[in-house]
Design a protein around this ligand. Sequence first.
Ligand code: ZN
Ligand code: ZN
Length: 181
Amino acid sequence: MLDTRELGRRPGSQHEVTKTVPAPAELGIEVLRVPDGSPVQLDLRLEAVMEGVLVTGAATVALEGECARCLEQIDDEVDVTFQELFVYADQRSHAAEDEEDGEASRLEGDLLDLEPLLRDAVVLALPFQPLCREDCPGLCVECGARLADDPDHAHDAAVDPRWAGLAALQDPAHSRKQDTD
Ligand SMILES: [Zn+2]
Ligand SMILES: [Zn+2]
């Protein structure tokens, strides 16, 4: 909750706010989350307009999750930006259009609740498939080794499936008994 009292209700008055707040619980998506209580750095500009208070802001949040390809732990951070008009609670006429779709954010007295705004901005900024790095090669399909740790990783048995039959004839380890007997 952010107090807007310092702005008064004079259209045009502005107020910059820089503060750090603890992250709310369950912020983010299942595979990439903002740790509960981790510091959220906020840079906000509050601007009084006729109908309410226009909030323009940026936030930096920490992220943790797992790479979608190799399951490696991801520790990262992301910067998000947002802008929203918070309508004065007693202001009805100007907000009529917004109210139809139920989207209007409202001031609660002199307070405005940034949390829904922050949630939307963070979720929009997150990738559906978080990766430890953009070109993560994932895991070896044969043994599950993390290929990023071992770029030359290979198995002798890894043979083009079109030649697998031929290789089996040449490799005693893979040839079936009835073939050799
Ligand atoms: Zn990865
Ligand atoms: Zn392997």
